[in-house]
Write a protein that binds this ligand. Structure first.
Ligand code: A3D
Length: 320
């Protein structure tokens, strides 16, 4: 059986980490695509030379032309620019929307059968626009945010309870941003819901509330520490989990930005919800019951995504 092909569109901090992880896990051959000349080729060569000591077999190639992604099984998109001081969210939206147009058209033309994972921010609007520009089926285009936000929540909970992260499950739903909704009722330690753990004296409501708040601001905390750039190890690892579920038909149930067609009362928007990812892409959107507070938070988050998508439509008339 021929190796799978993984195209990484954007070879910056997350793109390079994705390439490293995909090679270490032998998920397939890898193309690192970027508009910067030389950089993706340099990273590909460096990573190729990590193969002999580590013992992985994968061909890694750097590219500046979309022809090189031809026939990719998975495309992971991180192309774009980060928000710089003095740049408004709208400025960022306009710039990255243009990037999504180029990337979407490139994928649509050269890798129309791929499973596409978008990471570029603002995530929920960019994945929606990327799908529009690519013309790919909705179930083959998803956004990575929920796995990362849930991982942050799981990490903080594991620390608080002093247990293995392996035994902590958690869900963060809604849009990726300040309005995301960490759902405490569905977060457990080996099946024991967090509210029960509070009753058992493992923690207090105040401490869990503080963890929820820290999760919401998890990205910003890292930006503040790094000074330049944003998180890249955990975002890349989270996207690899999604790619693996598709490539190996694992049918994992993961919180991702998925296209909704009436579920959760939302139509034609990408929002973070639990989905099953298998060989057909998004195989199921899972509708869980939300309590009043979580539902209100989710609706607020959907409102924020709606505004961003409306702004995209305002910038690019073809998205009407
Ligand atoms: P960075 O290291 O700047 O890499 C982005 C790369 O995109 C650079 O190498 C650019 O040269 C390249 N690029 C720019 N325009 C194009 C284009 N038109 N075609 C191809 N490549 C292009 O950023 P990063 O890797 O740290 O982050 C990438 C994106 O992920 C940013 O938008 C971040 O905001 C976003 N991000 C999202 C999350 C989520 O949880 C959703 C988390 C962390 C980062």
């Amino acid at each position: 059986m021929a190796r799978k092909k993984i195209a990484l569109i954007g070879a910056g901090m997350i793109g390079g980490t994705l390439a490293h992880l995909a090679a270490m896990k032998e998920l397939g051959d890898i193309v690192l695509f970027d508009i910067a000349e030389g950089m993706p080729q340099g990273k590909a060569l460096d990573l190729s030379q990590a193969g002999p000591p580590e013992g992985f077999d994968a061909n890694l190639k750097g590219a500046n032309s979309y022809e090189e992604i031809a026939g990719a099984d998975v495309c992971i998109v991180t192309a774009g620019v980060p928000r710089k001081p003095g740049m408004s969210r709208d400025d960022l939206l306009g710039i990255n929307l243009k990037v999504m147009k180029a990337v979407g058209e490139g994928i649509g033309q050269h890798a129309p059968d791929a499973f596409v994972i978008c990471i570029t921010n603002p995530l929920d609007a960019m994945v929606w626009a990327l799908r529009e520009f690519s013309g790919l089926p909705h179930q083959k285009v998803v956004g990575m945010a929920g796995v990362l936000d849930s991982s942050r929540f799981r990490h903080f909970l594991a620390e608080e309870f002093d247990v293995s992260v392996e035994d902590v499950t958690a869900f963060v739903l809604g849009g990726h941003g300040d309005t995301m909704v960490p759902v405490v009722e569905y977060s457990t330690v080996a099946g024991i819901p967090v509210p029960d753990l509070i009753k058992m004296g493992w923690s207090t409501q105040e401490k869990i509330d503080a963890i929820v708040e820290r999760t919401r601001k998890g990205g910003g905390e890292i930006v503040g520490l790094l000074k330049t750039g944003s998180a890249f190890y955990a975002p890349a690892t989270s996207a690899i989990v999604m790619a693996e579920s598709y490539l190996k038909d694992k049918k994992r149930l993961l919180p991702c930005a998925a296209h909704l067609t009436g579920q959760y009362g939302v139509d034609d928007l990408y929002v973070g919800v639990p989905i099953v990812i298998g060989a057909n892409g998004v195989e199921r959107v899972v509708e869980i019951a939300l309590n009043e507070e979580a539902k209100a938070g989710f609706d607020k988050s959907v409102g924020a995504v709606k505004e961003l998508v409306a702004a995209c439509k305002g910038i690019d008339g073809s998205l009407g």
